[in-house]
Design a protein around this ligand. Sequence first.
Ligand code: NDP
Length: 461
Amino acid sequence: MIITEQAMESQEMKAARSYVKEVYESVISRNPGETEFHQAVKEIVDSLVPVFAKHPQYMHRGILESIVEPERMITFRVPWVDDEGKVRVNRGFRVQFNSAIGPYKGGLRFHPSVNGGIIKFLGFEQIFKNSLTGQPIGGGKGGSDFDPKGKSDAEVMRFTQSFMTELCKYIGPDEDVPAGDIGVGAREIGYMFGQYKRIRGGHEAGVLTGKGIVYGGSLARTEATGYGTVYFVDEMLKSKGLSFEGSTVVVSGSGNVSIYAIEKAIRMGAHVVACSDSNGYVYDKNGINLATLKRLKEIERKRISEYVLEHPHAEYHEGCSGIWTIPCDIALPCATQNEIDEASAKILVENGVKAVGEGANMPSTLEAIDVFLAAGVLFGPAKAANAGGVAVSALEMAQNSMRYSWTFEEVDAKLQNIMSTIYRNSVKAAEEYGHPGNLVVGANIAGFLRVADAMMAQGIV
Ligand code: NDP
């Protein structure tokens, strides 16, 4: 009897594995050259094998084939005029990936590296992340290859107005609700909201999140992704009797996510010794001075190298990956995709890292994740660890619908509750599907199940 059951199980696993392989191969052939998208799909589909083995109805209904194909991908021209009067043309994108559980929701990225594959990887991840938050939001993402760095305020305004003039045809509070991401902060959201309002002729506050507080933004949205990442890592640490108190922490990046991860880690008693930007990193053995960092990055928009001019005891090093050679207890990659490769992961492990929390999207390569998991490092994958930003964006949408505002403390308490629920649901799913302690698998499965059930209920659409 036992032997028969095992044989049955292995047959189901075999069928599930071959289904997943077939779908993954078709993703590669149908989306040539989109390497980041392939990577994001690979990470998810490998985790889902035990799900398809246990619930073959998802396979029969073709849920995986549907979920890897965006419902819609919009590409458009963004012409604008620079300060010298020269016409510039950028490319705009919006992927509306999956609306099974709610309107498309996901940020806009302005960075010269942006292309269709990057937007699709981000949109695909967003489906599962948004589902994990427990909020009614589908997955989307967008952006442009526009580089806001070095542009005047007037140029940024002209570009964002042109971008929104086209994007506004496809978004709305019940259809698709963009927010910020790399290169898109409060300034850019403000200009885009102004242009949307002008074209539509009404104050539809819920069309964008990350808005300024005076025109419909939510308190604690600015802090949410960074704080949420730290709350999530704190849950992981607590499960092993550890905490941020007295820990040495390294945080990459120095943008929105990094700054508020650093702020919360310091408030929890950590010693944050390093941060970076795309040119290099700063190591301050006395602890990063948050007031200096916020002024340099949030107000003056300067390079991180300027930090050492005010704190001469600190060191500045050119290049980004060197930051992972600094010994630390907790590493929080909060800059960009694939910033921790296998070699950096090995160095972190050799230096005794105990926990890694992904504030950025897909900051660790698949090989790096394997290194962390094999070494028993507590690993908080992006979909779970950085979901606090979009969770509070959903709370912003709720407040806009109610025409009401919660206090900072109320939003922060809801955020903490959401992060600990995501942690518990990921732990539970990992255990239930045979991978105890593996939060990559747990988060992927927990995120997938909610979307898959909604897709099953809604028929073949
Ligand atoms: P910001 O633009 O505010 O900051 C990005 C930071 O990362 C900057 O310090 C930037 O340096 C650095 N960076 C950007 N690109 C690179 C690169 N190619 N190599 C090295 N460093 C780089 O963005 P956010 O803080 O909003 O986003 C950071 C990450 O967090 C992204 O992966 C984003 O997708 C993710 N995320 C953001 C959320 C949010 O609410 N904002 C929500 C969930 C995830 P420089 O200034 O030199 O470009």
